[in-house]
Design a binder for this molecule. Sequence first.
Ligand code: URA
Length: 196
Amino acid sequence: MSDWQTLLQQVEDCTLCPLYQGATHKVPGQGDPNAPLMIIGEGPGQVEDEEGLAFVGPAGQLLTRMLSAINLPRDRVYICNIVKCRPPQNRVPTEEEAAACKTHLREQFRLVRPKLILLLGSTAARQTIGPEIRITRDRGTFFCKAGVLMLPTYHPSALLRDPAKKREAWEDMKALRSKLMELGLYEDIYGPYENE
Ligand code: URA
C-alpha cells in the first residue's frame, strides 16, 4: 500500500476519539497531494459528513470563490481539517479530539510537504501555530513554524455569519497571493493551467 492509501485507511479505521461514533463518513481531506499550498479548516460540517469530502458545503463554496478570486484552482491545493469526523452540532473540537486527530494531520503534512499553509479560523490557527493565537488580532500575519509559513485568516463560515469581515479576508487572500508569487510558487499552482 502507498503511504497515501495507508493514511486513508488509518483515517477510515480510526477510533482514537469518540467523534467517529457520530460520523456518516470520515472526511480525510482531498486535493493535489503535491500542492505547495495546504489549507486547513476546523472539522467537517453536515454536507461534508454526508459526502465524505472537505469544504463542499456553503463555507466550502465560499472558499472556492475566495481561491478563484486570486486565480487559484481549488484542485491544485490540498484541503483538509483539524478533525476528520464531524463534531456534534458542529461544535468546536475538544483539545483531546484535536490532539488525537493530529496523528493524521501530521502524516498529511509529511506527505504533502507544503511550503505555505492557509489556516481557516481560530481552531486551525491555534492547533497548528499555538494556543496564544487570537484570530482577530493575528489574521493576516505570516508565522513560521516547522520551516513552513502559515497564514491565519477568518473561517469562511465566520464570513457567512458576518459579511463585514470579508474586506479583511480579501486583504489576507491578496497577501497569500503576494507570498506565493514572492516564493515563486504561484506559477507552480497556476502555470500548467494557463497553458491548456
Ligand atoms: N468547515 C470546516 O472547517 N471544514 C469543512 O470541511 C467544512 C466546514
